[in-house]
Design a protein around this ligand. Structure first.
Ligand SMILES: NC(=O)c1ccc[n+]([C@@H]2O[C@H](COP(=O)([O-])OP(=O)(O)OC[C@H]3O[C@@H](n4cnc5c(N)ncnc54)[C@H](O)[C@@H]3O)[C@@H](O)[C@H]2O)c1
Length: 292
């Protein structure tokens, strides 16, 4: 049976690790040819080795417009076309509060998440237009939809990615170029260790531990994995989503549904305490017994 991306060609940025690497693996398994674009050349060689003729690695710094152009154009040069662009490269970036932001920190976070994704579109659209269509996907974040899920600048940038998706979709969809983004919740990848300045080699050994530690972070009781986001990218890249554009697809195990019972009890318990309720009565309010 043909894969869901049989005959398609994709460019994936941030392809060497986490969400990007999981997406390379899934796209190839579903029949795509992939340009894997990233800074990490050692990982690029490993990906090419794992996928032989299906993947070409391109060393690409998405902060450089010439690298973006080369990465996108490599799809046509190596595989003859471009059907899917996945703008996914990213890091946590500067963590300053509003009264401590610097122009440098602001510019670098906006550049990496917003400008790089927009410039990816700039080079993908002419190729897709000539072919009669395509699918552009960007990795946004739940931090771009709600507060409390990332640093200030990162949250602003990811909100920019969400609205860029809406605006570009309105502009490009009449040409059959669909534009969507994915808003991951907590996904066990290297991004957290990188934000703490920990070495990549160590971070890679802690992915399972991260997933285990985050299994009660959201209502679905397991840790989020890169493969969960890859499945969303597969849907948005495939013809099965042919009528979907301008959408921000939340893949977060339900974390944005709100605080769990324990968190609500911590927040609202004192309110009932003020009414004279004791700890046992308050606990019963927030943890009603399950039916037998
Ligand atoms: N992991 C999460 O919980 C989570 C949640 C929401 C959104 N995201 C987003 O998902 C995307 C992927 O992150 P991840 O979690 O897989 O992290 P990761 O650290 O595992 O992977 C990020 C990849 O991006 C690459 N990269 C960084 N800067 C680059 C640049 N200038 N040019 C090219 N490549 C570059 C890195 O080399 C790395 O391979 C990011 O945009 C991130 O903001 C992650």
């Amino acid at each position: 049976m043909a894969g869901r991306l049989q005959g398609k060609v994709a460019v994936i940025t941030g392809a060497a690790s986490g969400i990007g690497r999981a997406t390379v693996d899934l796209f190839v398994a579903e029949g795509a040819k992939v340009i894997a674009a990233d800074l990490q050349e050692d990982k690029g060689a490993q990906i090419e080795h794992a996928h032989k003729d299906a993947v070409k690695f391109v060393r690409c710094d998405v902060m450089q417009e010439t690298d973006i152009a080369a990465g996108v154009n490599a799809a046509k040069e190596s595989f003859g076309k471009l059907d899917i662009l996945f703008n996914n490269a990213g890091t946590g970036g500067a963590r300053d509060m509003a009264d401590a932001v610097t122009a440098e920190g602001f510019d670098s976070v906006m550049h990496l998440h917003v400008r790089a994704a927009l410039f990816g579109m700039k080079y993908a659209v002419p190729i897709m237009r000539e072919q009669g269509g395509g699918s552009i996907i960007s990795t946004a974040s739940i931090a771009g939809l709600r507060t409390g899920y990332g640093p200030l600048l990162y949250s602003i940038a990811k909100a920019g990615v969400v609205h860029m998706t809406h605006a570009a979709a309105a502009q490009l969809s009449p040409e059959n170029i669909r534009v969507n983004c994915i808003c991951p919740g907590m996904i066990a990848t290297n991004i957290f260790a990188s934000a703490m300045g920990l070495p990549r080699q160590y971070a890679e050994t802690r992915i399972d531990a991260l997933a285990e530690a985050s299994k009660h972070t959201q209502p679905i009781p397991r840790g989020g994995r890169g493969s969960d986001i890859a499945e969303a990218a597969l849907y948005l890249g495939s013809d099965g989503s042919g009528f979907v554009t301008g959408h921000a697809l939340v893949v977060d195990g339900g974390i944005t549904l709100g605080p769990n019972d324990a968190a609500r009890m911590a927040t609202f318990g004192p309110v009932f305490g003020a009414l004279g309720a004791d700890a046992e009565a308050i606990a019963a309010l927030f943890n009603p017994p399950k039916p037998a």
